[in-house]
Design a protein around this ligand. Sequence first.
Ligand SMILES: Cc1ncc(COP(=O)(O)O)c(C=O)c1O
Length: 470
Amino acid sequence: MAELNIKKLVADRLGENYILHEQYINPTLVKVFRTIKFDRIYAKAKGQYLWDKEGNRYLDMLSGFGVFSIGRNHPAVAQVIRDVLDLDLPNMVQMDCAFLAGLLAEKLVSICPPHLNAVFFCNSGTEAVEAALKFSRAATGRSKFAYLDHGWHGLTLGSLALMGNDEFREGFGDMLPGERIEYGNLDHLERVLAKKDIACLAVECIQGKGVRIAPAEYLPAAQELCRKYGTLLFCDEVQTGYGRTGKMFAFEHWNLEPDIISTSKALSGGYVPVGAMITRRAIYQKLFNRMDRCWVHSSSFGRNNLGMAVGLATLHILEQEKLVERSAVQGQKLMDAVNALKAKHEVLLEARGKGCMIGIEFREPQSLSLKLAWKAVHAAHDGLFAQMVVMPLLDKHHILTQVSGNHGDIIRILPPFVITEEDIAYFVNALDQVLTESQNPLGPMWGLGKNLVKAALANKSVAAHPGQRQ
Ligand SMILES: Cc1ncc(COP(=O)(O)O)c(C=O)c1O
C-alpha cells in the first residue's frame, strides 16, 4: 500500500493555494487578498522570516496574530515533537490522568502568581475564554458578563458576547447577556457592577484592536470595583501572554490580581494549537463541585500530548533564550526608532505599546493638498491610509504587517521576540520610505488609495480595508 508522500504533494502542488481556497474554503478572503496584493505563496519559514516560492525573504511583523513569539519553526520545539512521537506515548486515553498535562499545569502554575493555581486545558484562545465564562458563572451564580469597548476575545458565540467591535457581532443574532463598558470610564463600570449581577469583567490589559493601553489607574481601579461588587476579574492574556508585552503576563504591568486568565497563541510554540485557562482553586472547584460533575466542562483534545509537549518546550525556550526580557528590549527599540520619525512625517501620530505589541497610528496631515487626498480616501473608509502603508510595506519592502482596528489608521506590529537590530533598522527605514512617498499627493501611494476605494465600491463593501481580524 502506497503511503501518502506529503513532501511530493507539497512539491507538486504548492502554488494552488488561492485556487483551492477559492473553490473549497473562503472565496471572499481570497478576493480580499488579491485586492490588497497579499496573495503570496509562502514556501518556507524560519524565525522572524518567511520565504516565497521564488525565494524572496519577508520579515514577519505579524507572527500569525501573535502566535510565533519564539520565532517560526523553532528547532527545539520540533525536536520535542519528534521525541514525543518516538515515545509512542498513550494519548487521550481520557479515562486516566494524562502525564504531560500534569507537567505543563505544574509549570504554568509556577510562572503565575501563587493565587492562580488551577489549570483547565483546551485547544484555542476562544475556548480558553469560553472556559473563563463558564467557570465565572459557576463560581458566582450570576449569568451576565461585562466587557470593554473595542474588546476582542474570540469568535465563538460565548466569546462573541464579549465583543466590543460591532462589525463582528452583526448577523449572528442574540448573544449571552452582557454589558459593554465605555473604555476607561470607571463611573460607567461602577453603575453596571453595582447591580451585582455580573459574573466577570473581561479585559485585555492591552487591547489587541488598535493596541490601546488604558490610563495607568484604570485597571487597578476596575479591579477594586470588581472586588467591591463580587464580580470576578478576568484578564484575557490570549494575545498578551507569555512575554508579548515584555512581561510574562500583561496584568503584571499593573500589579493586578486577576481571578481568571485565558492563554493560548504563543504557548503553542507555533506548532500545535493549545489553550489554558488558569484560575484560583476555589473558583475551579465551584464548577467541578461533585463527582457526578467531574466532566461538566472538557474537550476531547484538551490535554493532548503534542499540545502539552509544545507548551513545555515553549516555556523552556522562553526561559533559556531570555525571550521575555528580549521582547521588552527589542520592542522598546522599535518604538523609539519609529517615534524618532515623527519629526519628519507629520502624518505619523505615534508608536505605542509594550514589549513586542506595538501599534503605529497615523493622523490627518495639515498641508492642504495632503489633507484633501486624506479626506478623499477616508470618505470611503476611515482606516484606509493604514492599508495604503501596509500594502507597499509588503509589496516593495517584503514586510508583513496588518491594519489594526476597524476604525482609525493604525497598524499593529507583533514581531517574534527574536527580531534583531538589523530587522528593526530595516523596518524603520522601509516605513520612512513609504511615509516619504505619502508626502506626494500625486504619487503612486494615493493612486493606490483611490484604487482601493474603487475596488470597495465595485464590491459594495469595505474590501478596501480588510485584515482587521485580531
Ligand atoms: C485577546 C484575544 N482573546 C481571544 C482570542 C481568540 O483566540 P483564537 O483565535 O485562538 O480563538 C484572540 C485571538 O486573536 C485574542 O487576541
